[in-house]
Design a protein around this ligand. Structure first.
Ligand SMILES: [Zn+2]
Length: 64
């Protein structure tokens, strides 16, 4: 798991949390960064979205 970025606003540069409360099945990339220090949410960059989005594993079809 790559390291999350730090808050661009807080001087102490706290690490951001991945907030997945608004994600729904099929929309796993709709998460936001959340700073527990200033309680702000930040939109992830496209790069972060790729790196940190965890898609559910594809359903495994049993061998016939
Ligand atoms: Zn902050």
């Amino acid at each position: 798991m790559p390291k999350p970025p730090s808050c661009p606003q807080c001087p102490s540069r706290p690490q951001l949390w991945k907030d997945t409360t608004r994600t729904a099945p099929g929309h796993e990339d709709r998460w936001r960064w959340y700073c527990t220090h200033c309680a702000r949410r930040w939109a992830p960059t496209p790069e972060h979205r790729l790196k940190f989005t965890v898609f559910p594993p594809a359903p495994q079809h049993p061998p016939r």
